[in-house]
Design a binder for this molecule. Structure first.
Ligand code: HEC
Length: 157
């Protein structure tokens, strides 16, 4: 008698497991509206004066080469190791994280500006490299920030 029931029990268990896996998959897709929620730096703060200035791509390239290449690589292509960070490398800016991109120029500028103004520490136990506070620490002038943002955007057109 018991032997006849066993396969049925096994099928029910398998079906329950399948339902569990399917519902877990459905849940993980929720609450993540990819493009609505921009990637934000770890440090708080609003946009700087740079977002109201017109950036110059040619000058921005020079600013980039003097201040950004060491961490983000030539033309922002990345490949720079960042031991102790969760990613293991400094993020490339070419191509840039889709969560920073926007078809609206002002939104794209603001998303990048927040990192430049206030800096950001990557996730991980002890990241060797962190994004510098170019605005807050007055490492770059607002016009230079506007220029380098224009250059970064030009790399992602
Ligand atoms: C000392 C190394 C260093 C320098 C110099 C540096 N960055 Fe960064 N930058 C980082 C790190 C590390 C991150 C990742 C921060 C994080 O994950 O929170 C980052 C993140 C960014 C981001 C956000 C990218 C993303 O995918 O999250 C932008 C935009 C950026 N940097 C632009 C620049 C620009 C432009 C310059 C030059 C003016 C520059 N950075 C100079 C280390 C640096």
């Amino acid at each position: 008698m018991m032997k006849l029931h066993r396969p049925a029990v096994r099928w029910i268990a398998l079906f329950a497991l399948l339902l569990l896996v399917l519902s877990a998959a459905a849940c993980s897709g929720q609450g993540k509206p990819e493009s609505d929620e921009p990637v934000k730096p770890s440090n708080p703060g609003g946009p700087g004066d740079a977002v109201n200035l017109t950036g110059d791509v040619t000058n921005g390239k020079a600013v980039f080469e003097a201040n950004c290449v060491s961490c983000h690589g030539p033309e922002g292509k990345g490949g720079v190791a960042n031991p102790g960070s969760l990613d293991g490398t400094v993020p490339p800016l070419n191509p840039i994280d889709p969560g920073l991109k926007s078809s609206d120029a002002k939104t794209f500028t603001t998303n990048v500006d927040l990192f430049l103004e206030h800096g950001s520490t990557p996730e991980g136990d002890s990241p060797t490299l962190s994004m510098l506070k170019f605005g807050d620490d007055k490492l770059l002038k607002p016009q230079e920030i506007a220029d380098v943002i224009a250059y970064v955007i030009s790399l992602n057109k």
